[in-house]
Structure formats: C-alpha cells, structure tokens
Design a protein around this ligand. Sequence first.
Ligand code: AMP
Length: 196
Amino acid sequence: MRLILLGPPGAGKGTQAQRLVEKHGIPQLSTGDMLRAAVQAGTEVGKRAKAVMDAGELVSDAIVNAIVAERIDQPDCAKGFILDGYPRTLVQADAVEAMLAERGIALDTVIELVVDDKALVGRIVKRAEDAKAAGQPVRKDDNPEVFEERLREYYKKTAPLTGYYYAKGKLKTVDGMASIDAVTAEIGKVLAAAVK
Ligand code: AMP
C-alpha cells in the first residue's frame, strides 16, 4: 500500500501515520523527520536545511526529492509506505509520479486531513508542551511565530496539491477535527475502499 497524507502542520498526519505503521507494517516516510535527523547528524543536507526549517520555510525540492528517492529503494519500502509531509509542492508531486513510474509502482490514494486553522496553533503549542513534559526535545519550529510562516507556506505551496490529486481521482478527505480514534477509523474505511 502506498499512500500520501496531506494536510497543514498540526493536522495529525504524524499521529495517524504511526498508527498506520503499526496496523499495516509499512514504514512512515516523514521528510520532516528525515531532515531533522540530517540536521542532528550535521550532514551536508542538514547544514543546508537547518536555517530554512527554523524559519518555517520549505527546503528545496531538489533536496527532499533526492532524500525520498533514496529512501523508497530501501528494502522495508518494498511492500509500501506512507508519505507524511511529502510531497509539499507541485514540483515534488510530479517527482513522486516520476519516481513511482520508474519503479513500476502506483500510488493507492491520497488522504487529506481537513482541519480548522484556528485549532492548529493550539495543537502546535500543546505538542511543544507535551514534548517538554516528556523530557523530549522541543522542535524549534513549534512556536506560534514560526507556525504562522509554516501555515503560509502550506497555503502557498502545498494546498494546490489537493486540486492536483482530485483531478487524478486520487484524493479522499477526512475530517481531521474529529478525535484521534475517529480519524483513524475514518482513514481505515477510506483505505479499505481504496486498496482492494
Ligand atoms: P514537518 O515535520 O513535516 O512539519 O516538517 C518540518 C520542516 O521540514 C518544514 O517546515 C520544512 O522546513 C521541512 N520540510 C519537511 N518536509 C518537506 C518537504 N516535503 N518539502 C520541503 N520542506 C520540507
């Protein structure tokens, strides 16, 4: 199964992706996680991405496309994967098409988590508080100021992907304002219908 989770920052893509990993035994490919790991490891990619990420802007298409292309060739992706936070631009969406076509594989579906903007800042603030309480590092971009920029980037560059996938007949929408369990159940139904 190959699917894309779409939605603004704080929509719950990561949470739902983790549940899908458990249920379906396929990996979550989060470009945000991969980039944070690169920053942490101090790689060349990490050095180039850090300032852009801290500012809440998007890392270049060339960098993220290369990371994903390499990642989907790993053996654990053979049975499928969940793209979380990628693609985020139309250029990236075209790159996914090309990557999959080259490998003779297809995308099953794209699920958009639809959320109310006003709830998002609160979710991000809570995510930062929860991380702190659990003794985990707090993401530098999980604060209201940077979040505004992340949301602007989303509307400018990522929101057009809903039209892109709708036109291809791949887009399914799920109410991301429902409880985490209800969202999981709804995604389960969408997948059951899409992957037959
Ligand atoms: P996320 O964890 O998905 O919220 O991503 C955190 C940050 O990583 C984003 O604000 C971007 O700076 C960068 N990033 C993650 N995924 C992408 C992507 N597909 N394209 C460009 N930048 C990305």
